[in-house]
Design a protein around this ligand. Structure first.
Ligand code: SAM
Length: 223
């Protein structure tokens, strides 16, 4: 899978792509990510990418030309272009799964008061939101998508079986996890996890997962 990330702040994005699981996935070729600086197509000597909104109102709006001129040359037949936007499809596990099956994903990050509507209408395939709140820009939202999608790709997780039991993978929240020491400050790990009885451990985990999902996320149970 290849991801192109389009932003006016490449410096915000690069460090995250170099560290941890994502950095390793890029290094071992499980995924490739290229970051494109929108200012290279900015206007005038200040490489301006924004202007005042027609009709008046607060703030500035991102102009369409730098975005079209950056994204269009990247597009191929199999490309899917997403505009990060608080009014988009809510990013959930199912959306991450859908995007992880793509060969080429282009992520366009907005800033300021938002992006000229013609970008959503004529350049992008979908708008995606990472939650019902407003960020200053799309970069963190794009990185959320890159990270969630990357860990679903083959060869990225050391132990891919963990994907099956993780929260949201099967419409439920994950059971509680414990590690050494078995007792800490008088708080003990549940006996069943130390019993060596795999069937009992599996049953305990399933029951805790169901309990947690019912109390914390009843909406997942109803779906
Ligand atoms: N005026 C816009 C509105 O009310 O919908 C908000 C613009 S926001 C300050 C600037 C940019 O941040 C957006 O164009 C988008 O790219 C990004 N952004 C903000 N919140 C987001 C969210 N919840 N999910 C995805 N992107 C978001």
């Amino acid at each position: 899978m290849h991801i192109d990330l389009v932003t006016i702040f490449p410096e915000l994005v690069h460090p995250h792509l170099e560290a941890s699981l994502l950095g390793k996935a890029i290094q071992n070729g499980s995924i490739s990510v290229r970051v494109h600086d929108l200012r290279e197509k900015g206007r005038g000597k200040h490489r301006s990418v924004d202007d005042a909104p027609f009709g008046g109102g607060a703030g500035m709006v991102m102009r369409p030309e730098p975005i079209f001129e950056t994204v269009e040359p990247l597009k191929r037949a199999e490309s899917y272009t997403v505009l990060l936007s608080p009014r988009g499809t809510l990013f959930r596990h199912e959306v991450a799964q859908r995007l992880s099956r793509l060969d080429h994903l282009i992520l366009v990050c907005g800033r300021y008061e938002g992006v000229d509507e013609r970008v959503a209408e004529h350049l992008c395939d979908e708008e995606v939101s990472i939650g019902d709140f407003v960020l200053a820009g799309g970069e963190i939202a794009a990185l959320v998508i890159v990270e969630a999608v990357t860990r679903l790709l083959p060869g990225v997780l050391g132990n891919p079986t963990s994907l099956h039991s993780e929260s949201h993978a099967a419409g439920a929240l994950e059971y509680p996890q414990y590690t050494r020491p078995a007792e800490y400050r008088g708080w003990s790990v549940p006996d069943v996890l130390l019993s060596g009885d795999h069937a009992e451990v599996a049953r305990w985990r399933r029951e805790r997962s169901e309990e947690l999902t019912a109390t914390r996320r009843p909406d997942l149970v109803q779906e």
